[in-house]
Structures are given as structure tokens and as C-alpha cells.
Design a protein around this ligand. Structure first.
Ligand code: C2E
Ligand code: MG
Ligand code: MG
Ligand code: MG
Length: 285
């Protein structure tokens, strides 16, 4: 019986794998042309000061609209872009778009907003990165302190010595550096404070708790306090509910991002959001 089941699963699994790898190859070849075909769009999610509920900036989040594949999530296509060597070109494009958009918004909204852009592990190892950042600043005219790069803990810990050198170089441009998804990797805050960082983004998993188990919240609070001791500002990501908001207000967390304020939206919608002062209205929550 067990043998039959094993054989059955083998017969079943092989064609399935074939299909998965065909789908993967189709996605790879589609991805190679996505940039030139104009299928990418940068969405923006507001980042809000927890005390004043003023929008202090936004995070650029890439979207791929494919005519046949539909909306492919970045968690799927970013790793694929790294594998096929497209991440530098895509990352360069996002950086230029985001910097130009941020500068336009500074003028339009009459104040300095910060633009955060994500970098993947592979981009950290690329020679083009420094040039790409310099070019984004020069071409857009965005003051460097208004550009922030987000790097994940795991990307930094991949090769800490190399990361330290690169971060120091990036920091010399005057930009801000942030650790993304903090608390999901294995690194210690003590180690991270050797890098020239400005802020950390508390991973959203800290907010997703089981009813009655508040220990992740206690941990989040401890991380926030420790980060402040190390002169890092803290952004909580994935803030979805009024319960999350109330909890974070009981801590010294600096900024929040999440669906309770706004999901990532296209540029035009972001402008509408700013003009309607929607973040402020979440103050009443
Ligand atoms: P991330 O940088 O940690 O971005 C936060 C993710 O959480 C985004 O997913 C965002 O849409 C989502 N999010 C925001 N608010 C909420 C919320 O309240 N609840 C929940 N459940 N999720 C929320 P997204 O846009 O799918 O991006 C996923 C990841 O893909 C990003 O994680 C980032 O690591 C990567 N990524 C996105 N755009 C780029 C890019 O331009 N370049 C690189 N290298 N990576 C990118
Ligand atoms: Mg991020
Ligand atoms: Mg994050
Ligand atoms: Mg995250």
C-alpha cells in the first residue's frame, strides 16, 4: 500500500515539476523584457510619524503588470531577477524613478519628504550600485538626506565585512541607511550598530500575535528601546489594525507604515492621499 502510494506520488510529481519549471522559464523570459516593455510601475506607501500622523515619507515598492501573467508579486520576481542578472538594471530604474518622484513631491507638497528604496542582497555586491545612487541624486536634484536605502538583515549578514565597507561608502554620499525586516534574521543589534545605520524597520511579524500572547509585543518594545539607545530611529511595518496602532502608541516607536494608513498605491493615488490629508484622519483611530 505504502509502495503504491510512493509510486503514485512519484508519477504525479514528475509532470508537475515539469510544469513548474516551464512556468518558471516563461516567467524568466517575460522578465527579461519587462523593463523595455514598460511593464514595471513603482507604487508608494506612506510612512507616517506616529505622534503627529504627518506623512514623513514613502517607500517605493515595485509592481510588475504582465499582460498574460497578471500581477506578479515582488517576492516572486525579485529573486528571479537576481538569478537571471536583471536586478541591477531593474534596481537602477526604480532608484531613478523614485528619486525624481520624491523631488517632484517635495516641490508639490512644499516640504522635505523621505523616499525609501529597497535593495536586494545581489545589488549590494554589484559594482554599479554606487554609480546608480550618485546618478539618481544628480539627475533628480533630491537632497541626499531625503533618500534612504533599505537593506535586509540577511543581506547585510551575508558578508558583514563587505557590507560595512559598502555602507560606509554609501553613507559618504549623505544618504540614509535602514535595516529592513528587522528581527527575522539572526544578527544582533550589537553587531548591526557597527554599520553606519540611521533606522530600523521592525518586521511586521512582531505585530501578528496570537490572542492572549503578548510576548512578541514585549519583544518589540525592548527592540525599540534598544534601537533608541543605539541612536537608531524605528519604523514599524505592517501596521494593520487600531489595536496595532494603540500598542505602538504605548511605545516610543517613531514611525509607522501599513494598511491602517494606506496600502502601497500608484503615484497619482499617493498624491490624492497627501492632498486629502488621510494620514491625519487616522489620528482619530
Ligand atoms: P518590504 O521591503 O519589507 O516591504 C513591505 C511589504 O509589506 C510590501 O510587500 C508591502 O506591500 C507589504 N505591506 C505594507 N503594509 C502592509 C500591511 O499592513 N500588511 C501586510 N500584510 N503587508 C503590508 P510587497 O510590495 O509585496 O514587497 C515585498 C518585498 O519585495 C519587499 O518587502 C521588498 O523586500 C521587495 N521589494 C519590493 N520592491 C522592491 C524593489 O524595488 N527592489 C527590491 N530589491 N526589492 C523590492
Ligand atoms: Mg522595505
Ligand atoms: Mg520590510
Ligand atoms: Mg517585511
Amino acid at each position: 500500500r505504502a509502495k503504491a502510494a510512493g509510486g503514485g506520488s512519484f508519477r504525479f510529481y514528475t509532470p508537475d515539476m515539469g510544469e513548474a519549471s516551464r512556468a518558471r522559464m516563461a516567467m524568466q523570459s517575460a522578465l527579461r523584457h519587462a523593463l523595455e516593455r514598460g511593464e514595471f510601475e513603482v507604487y508608494y506607501q506612506p510612512r507616517v510619524d506616529l505622534r503627529t500622523m504627518e506623512t514623513t515619507g514613502m517607500e517605493a515598492l515595485l509592481r510588475w503588470h504582465h499582460p498574460v501573467l497578471g500581477e506578479v508579486p515582488p517576492a516572486q520576481f525579485i529573486p528571479l531577477a537576481e538569478e537571471i542578472g536583471m536586478i541591477d538594471a531593474i534596481g537602477h530604474w526604480v532608484l531613478q524613478q523614485a528619486a525624481v518622484q520624491a523631488q517632484a513631491w517635495c516641490v508639490r507638497f512644499g516640504r522635505a519628504v523621505k523616499m525609501s528604496v529597497n535593495l536586494s542582497a545581489r545589488q549590494l555586491r554589484s559594482r554599479r550600485l554606487m554609480q546608480s545612487v550618485r546618478q539618481a541624486l544628480q539627475a533628480s536634484g533630491l537632497p541626499p538626506q531625503q533618500l534612504e536605502l533599505e537593506l535586509t538583515e540577511t543581506a547585510l549578514m551575508d558578508d558583514p565585512a563587505m557590507a560595512a565597507t559598502l555602507l560606509t561608502e554609501l553613507k559618504s554620499l549623505g544618504i540614509r541607511l535602514s535595516v529592513d525586516d528587522f528581527g527575522t534574521g539572526y544578527s544582533s543589534l550589537a553587531y548591526l550598530c557597527r554599520f553606519p545605520l540611521d533606522s530600523l524597520k521592525l518586521d511586521r511579524s512582531f505585530l501578528q500575535i496570537h490572542p492572549g500572547d503578548v510576548s512578541p509585543w514585549r519583544l518589540a518594545e525592548a527592540i525599540i528601546n534598544l534601537a533608541h539607545t543605539l541612536k537608531l530611529s524605528v519604523v514599524a511595518e505592517g501596521v494593520e489594525t487600531t489595536e496595532h496602532l494603540h500598542f505602538l502608541r504605548s511605545t516610543s516607536c517613531d514611525e509607522i507604515q501599513g494598511s491602517c494608513v494606506s496600502d502601497p498605491v500608484p503615484a497619482a493615488q499617493f498624491e490624492a492621499f497627501m492632498e486629502a490629508g488621510i494620514a491625519q484622519s487616522a489620528l482619530s483611530l
